[in-house]
Design a binder for this molecule. Sequence first.
Ligand code: CA
Length: 226
Amino acid sequence: MIKVLLVEDEEAILLGLQYCLEQEGFLCYCAPCGEEALKIASLKEIDIALLDLNLPDMNGFQVMENLRKMKDFPVLFLTANLEEVSIVKGLDMGADDYITKPFKTRELISRMRAVLRRKKKNVGNLIHLGKVVIDLNSAKVLKDNKDVMLTALEYKILLTLALNPNMVFTREKILADIWDVNEEYVNDNTLTVYIKRIREKIEDDVNHPKIIITVRGVGYKVGDDF
Ligand code: CA
């Protein structure tokens, strides 16, 4: 689930945005001022921030500057008029995009998705799963910045799941997907063994896995709550 930090002091806009985004499956953290936004960003994992420029305690640029010191997620400014647009463009502070109020939710969401897609490419095709990072370019997996040694088959199974977060894969589907890298015969029982081995390498607690989740009677998925 994509986690959005919404920073806007006009309550009607804030609640409207929250409602629309939640309908579309986003998870929203709402802040009516800069200070609250920074507090949330320090506590929560955020994928993207929507930032109003005119806030009661500090302006959007200051909020962004402070956010950038903490974490590197894309920021999309919500601007009220053309004057603000020209400021955003002129400052070139590295905002990822802006949108002028009033805007259509459809347009906002497609801009957000575009920014998120671009950002993913920019960081060299990394998939973040909590402490675990999959580097698609080098086909390496890191946990707490240390190499995790996975076999080709284990990597393929993890990748199959991680590329589609929250999608439940049946055991049959996983077996079909890994067939081409598979030199040894993998059947339903050995798949269980492989999943167990991957978990031993990437999970903090194999008895309570947070990355590869078992969906009883169906198969497995990579969750998004690490
Ligand atoms: Ca405002």
